[in-house]
Ligand binder design. Structure first.
Ligand code: NDP
Ligand code: MG
Length: 383
């Protein structure tokens, strides 16, 4: 199977290449993309020999192109190249592993082209869920969730008619039990030190604010076509139970594994078959106990904001996502306190009224307005 890995230099990219490398002959690395990590991408091309490489954030450069030719890779430049790879006739499966709104156009291009889409880039679905799902119905694209919770639900989900609700588990992140007064002064390094998962910086901060779970509630709404009322969040600090599906008869099905992204990635790659992911076998006897608790909305206001945006509908989730990206970037750059993130998002949601999200232009306009509002707010707080 010819696989294009969008966001190959990231955490999801690394895990995907690890799984793929265990099954030579089954998957062919057809294309690898990065935004600006030239050296890392060159090293990946040396090892995996893709037919195409993309530097989406770099302008055309002959010397670079020549360098990549040594690895037999044709190097393409600019954001358009991501879409060209996503819909390339020889691309069979696309790992959508770019972080944030930057992944929307290429993910949508893959869906429109009817590819097998392994979806890690949850922000794309948050911004344009109805568009994406409609495009998949029209093209016949198969969207396979890579996000561990959605992959778990997917594995436990049979007939929607009989599903009462789904429960997404959340680790609670590094600040689940920290004193509330301490949150105002936490550093980016502390926020990115996730207790169970090693991930990119943006999603790590999202996990610490629990906006990640909020985005995932919206993601689940579209992937499984369930109303917000039927999607619950449960804090489970060990990250062993990845999510649950409750049925009409009271049965609850769950998927368990060690917290290792190679498990959902291998599932999505091989579905409906199964392949070795490289993850350690789960040893429940040594883990001994699993615990669960309700999320604390005073500690995690971002979760409530995400539910509110989902209920408001239209472009509100795109506004939520864009404002969150600006706030997280500002926090990581030391320009915004951790506890300022939720306020920036709430203000953007109030300032940009939800409109229809029937085409990409409406979504991108809401995204741009939300970024302007959020930036204004960040600057006002810094002043
Ligand atoms: P990383 O930050 O580790 O990697 C991001 C990747 O996207 C890099 O390859 C980066 O390239 C590329 N990229 C960044 N900005 C742009 C841009 N503007 N245009 C094109 N490419 C860009 O992120 P993760 O791998 O952690 O996350 C990727 C996605 O997967 C996110 O949506 C996240 O929510 C989701 N996800 C991640 C999980 C994880 O365990 N990491 C778990 C579940 C979901 P470059 O190196 O050149 O900057
Ligand atoms: Mg997740």
């Amino acid at each position: 199977m010819n696989l294009a890995i969008l966001g190959a230099t990231g955490s999801i990219g690394a895990s995907t290449l690890d799984v793929v490398g265990r099954h030579p002959g089954r998957y062919r690395v057809f294309a690898l993309t990065a935004n600006g990590s030239v050296e890392q991408l060159a090293e990946l091309c040396r090892r995996h020999r893709p037919r195409y490489a993309v530097l989406s954030g770099v302008a055309e450069n002959r010397d670079l192109a020549r360098r990549f030719r040594e690895f037999d890779a044709e190097l393409l430049f600019g954001a358009q190249a991501l879409e060209a790879i996503a819909r390339h006739p020889e691309t069979e499966a696309v790992m959508a592993g770019i972080v944030g709104a930057a992944g929307l156009a290429s993910t949508l291009a893959a869906v429109r082209a009817g590819k097998r889409v392994l979806l890690a880039n949850k922000e794309a679905l948050v911004m344009a869920g109805p568009l994406m799902m409609r495009a998949a119905r029209e093209s016949g694209a198969r969207i396979l969730p890579v996000d561990s919770e959605h992959n778990a639900v997917f594995q436990c989900f049979s007939d929607k008619k009989f599903v009462r609700k789904i429960v997404l588990t959340a680790s609670g992140g590094p600040f689940r039990a920290a004193p509330l007064e301490a949150l105002a002064s936490v550093t980016p390094e502390q926020a990115c030190a996730h207790p169970n998962w090693s991930m990119g910086r943006k999603i790590s901060v999202d996990s610490a604010t629990m906006m990640n779970k909020g985005l995932e509630v919206i993601e689940a709404r579209w992937l499984f076509d369930l109303a917000a009322e039927r999607i619950e969040v449960l804090v489970h600090p060990q990250s062993i139970v990845h999510s649950l599906v409750e049925y009409a008869d009271g049965s609850v099905l769950a998927q368990l594994s060690n917290p290792d992204m190679r498990v959902p990635i291998a599932h999505a790659l091989a579905y409906p078959e199964r392949v070795d992911s490289g993850a350690q076998a789960l040893d429940l006897a040594s883990i001994r106990s699993l615990s669960f608790e309700k999320p604390d909305l005073a500690r995690f206001p971002c979760l409530a904001l995400a539910y509110a945006a989902l209920r408001a509908g239209g472009t509100a989730p795109a506004v939520l996502n864009a404002a969150n990206e600006i706030a997280v970037e500002a926090f990581l750059a030391g320009r915004l306190a951790f506890t300022g993130i939720a306020g920036v998002i709430a203000d953007a949601l109030a300032a940009v009224p939800a409109g229809p999200a029937e085409d990409l232009a409406q979504v991108m306009e809401a995204d741009a307005r939300a970024r302007r509002e959020a930036n204004k707010r960040v600057m006002a707080l810094a002043a």
